[in-house]
Structure formats: C-alpha cells, structure tokens
Write a protein that binds this ligand. Structure first.
Ligand code: 13P
Length: 269
C-alpha cells in the first residue's frame, strides 16, 4: 500500500473498559482473583495491561492492582481543570488517583450522550496536558459501513480528535478502532476489515505527524473481542492490542486475553 512500514517498537497494549459495571465490592473481588491468577501464572512481561473501571471504583482498583503489572485508566473526563461542572471529573482528579490513560470519544459517549468531535478534541488535549495518555476512539456505524463511508468517518473523527494537540511523542497517544456494529453485539469485525481500517488510520496518522509518529502510535481494536477471536486479530501487523468491554469483566477471561496478546504458551511461567 504505502511506505508506512517504519520499524518502531509498539508495545502491545490491552485495556479493559468495564463501562457501567462492577460495584466497589465486585471490583475488589476482580482484583483479588487477578492477583491469584497472576501468582499461578504470571501475566506476560513485554505488554501493557490496563483496567478502566467506573469512577466510583478507581481507588479500589488502583489499590487492588498495586502489586500487579496492571495500570489504572478512566473511561471519560471533562476538559476543564476545575469549576462549576456538576457531575463532571477533571483530568487532575484522575491523575491524582494514578490513572495513566483515559478513554476519550467512546462510541457510547458519542451516540448515547451526544459527544461531539469538538468536545473529544478538548478532552484529548486536556488529558495530555495532565500528563496522561488519551485512548481516542473512532468507529463507523453499520449504516455508514453499508454506505461505504467507513474511511471518511474514521478519518474525520481522528483528524478532529487530534485537532487541538501537536502530535508529539507517539507513546503519548493511543487510537482505538471500534466499529459501532461490533460493540457488545458478538459480531467481531473480520481480520481483513480490521487490518484495512488500522492500516488506513496509520496512513492518516502519518499525514498528521509523519511516518515516525504514525509508526509509534498504538492502534487498538475493540468490539466483541473474546478469547476465541483474539489470537487471529493480535497477529495482524497494524493491530497493537485490544480495548475490551464484556470480556474484561471476569478476571479469568481477561487474563486469558492478556496471555493471548502476550503470546505466552498455555502453560507458560
Ligand atoms: P465489547 O467488547 O463488549 O464489544 O465492547 C467493546 C468496547 O466498547 C470497548 O470499549
């Protein structure tokens, strides 16, 4: 396709997005179980693993993961540092709790809560200003795919989402491709569909920040990722990991996905 194949190390990354699931009590139990699983079979080194719980469990999960190679992430954020914004959470509040990454522009925020590209762009900038890494989500609806508009939609979301920042170091950005029709539906995109869009997104990143930048930004796939389909997606050249919803809610399933991404043999240790 193009000369986008710049050899830059992209550490595989998997982030569990719990959405509006788990109480503090069940979040604590998840962490305890993940700890036991890690003691039996260590989570693989050489990949990065994150959990994005609801705001109400950030402290519990932060404490519960303290001894594990798993970092804390958040599901959303407001762009202002403080002020009269009832119900909102500021970037500094998240970094204070130890969050390293923040999901921005998830399709549920865009489609269920009216999040605009303008707001997404402000959030991306605010997360970066607070020293955290935004996970910028893009993805087309089924109608948009049927109308052959996938590329136009994800390019627009990506360009607008990055519209208020300088590209900077590639580690300071993660992009997640989540086709809306694949989220929570059990309809995972085919490896061909995923690789095509990821390659295209990398081309767009190259036109924004150059080849070295594009070669270093992690592009995650999200949408009905499960242990049964993850291995076939993880091997794709432009897939650098996963953003996982439903399959991240149980520690054993999440750990299985982590091992699949880490490439550890079944009995590894
Ligand atoms: P599912 O894995 O439940 O399809 O959700 C994907 C997602 O939206 C992750 O952010």
């Amino acid at each position: 396709m193009s000369e986008r194949e710049v050899s830059v190390d992209r550490t595989p990354l998997i982030v569990g997005n719990w959405k509006m699931n788990h109480t503090r009590a069940t979040a604590r139990a998840f962490c305890a179980e993940l700890g036991e699983l890690h003691a039996e079979r260590p989570l693989p080194a050489g990949i990065e693993i994150g959990i994005a719980p609801p705001f109400t469990s950030l402290d519990v999960v932060g404490d519960g993961l303290a001894e594990l190679p798993v970092f804390l992430a958040a599901q959303d954020v407001h762009w202002e540092p403080s002020g009269a914004f009832t119900g909102e959470i500021a970037p500094g509040m998240l970094s204070e709790l130890g969050c390293r990454m923040v999901i921005v522009g998830h399709s549920e925020r865009r489609h269920l809560f009216g999040e605009t590209d303008e707001r997404v762009a402000r959030k991306v900038a605010a997360v970066r200003d607070a020293g955290m890494v935004p996970i910028l989500c893009v993805g087309e609806t089924e109608d948009e795919r049927d109308a052959d508009r996938t590329r136009a939609v994800v390019e627009s979301q990506l360009r607008k989402g990055l519209g208020k920042i300088q590209p900077g170091a590639p580690e300071r950005l993660v992009v997640a491709y989540e086709p809306v029709w694949a989220i929570g539906t059990g309809r995972v995109a085919t490896p061909q569909q995923v690789e095509e869009v990821h390659g295209f997104l990398r081309d767009v990143l190259a036109s924004i920040g150059g080849q070295a930048f594009a070669g270093g930004v992690r592009i995650l796939y999200g949408g009905s990722v499960k242990p049964g389909n993850a291995a076939g997606l993880a091997v794709l050249p432009h897939v650098d990991g996963f953003l996982v919803g439903g399959a991240s809610l149980e520690a054993s399933t999440f750990a299985e996905l982590v091992h699949l991404l880490g490439g550890a043999p079944e009995t590894g240790a």
